[in-house]
Ligand binder design. Sequence first.
Ligand code: NAD
Length: 293
Amino acid sequence: MSTLLDGKATSNQIKEELTEQVAELTSAGKRPPHLAAVLVGNDGASLTYVGSKVRSCQKIGFESTLIQLDDTITQDELLATIDKLNKDNSLDGFIVQLPLPKHINEEVVLDAINPKKDVDGFHPTNFGKMALGMETFIPATPFGIMELLKRYALDISGKHAVVIGRSHIVGRPMSILLSNKGNPGNATVTLTHSRTQNLAEITKEADIVVSALGVPNFLTADMVKEGAIIIDVGITRVADEQHPKGYVIVGDVHFEEVSKKASYITPVPGGVGPMTIAMLLQNTMLAYTRNAS
Ligand code: NAD
């Protein structure tokens, strides 16, 4: 049986550390860090994510601002909002919740964010710095996974890591961070995606698998090696009438099967999800500190 990588407990610990730092700042007469979130439209999952980001800010003593915009907003109007946030000195960082409506070009929007306030780490400047191993804002989900590996003292140096999925927000940055010099890091990485052939042959060779494709129960026991570390990024809402919400959240990993074979495994929910929020808060504290100095 495997050991659970408890993202909920670890994220709570990080939030407690941040709460203490905020208390120190405010008792020294300084303002707390301030994060803003821009949400365009009414997508259910996005509303849930942004809501929990805002609530987490409040819990640890950060200031937070939610800017909710109608999905009919033009790209230029959104860019004008971003320009205002870039210039607002009372704000340390802000995020634009993705996905955006189809008529808005995500690349143009992310490029308009001041890299110093880009606490999601999606701006090309910050992404480039991450790839070069320079100090920057690391995208929250991969950052959360690296932090989880670090806090559980899992040594991945020289090990074979297989990442499933090559999105700009999870798979691609994950593959870079795992291979970068550092601890955790120094892994030999294979980045796989929808065009990969014989995926199971590759995952079976992995000492660590990070699954970020968004297909429920995709990674089954026959695809993993005995003793592997398994990180499940997937979050898919699957209809379930038994549940009060009408759906349940299901990960990419067939937990029941794979947990019998893995050495360490993240649950869904309670694994990577809460770590993502904790690292966004951590990045906001980092932005505060950098902007203040
Ligand atoms: P995405 O849809 O942008 O990318 C999915 C990737 O999976 C693509 O690169 C694609 O090539 C790859 N893929 C699809 N089918 C495949 C297959 N059969 N074999 C191999 N690769 C395949 O997804 P994303 O934004 O990276 O999100 C992935 C999952 O992670 C989703 O379920 C999403 O909800 C979840 N997610 C969770 C968090 C979190 O905090 N836990 C954060 C972001 C995303």
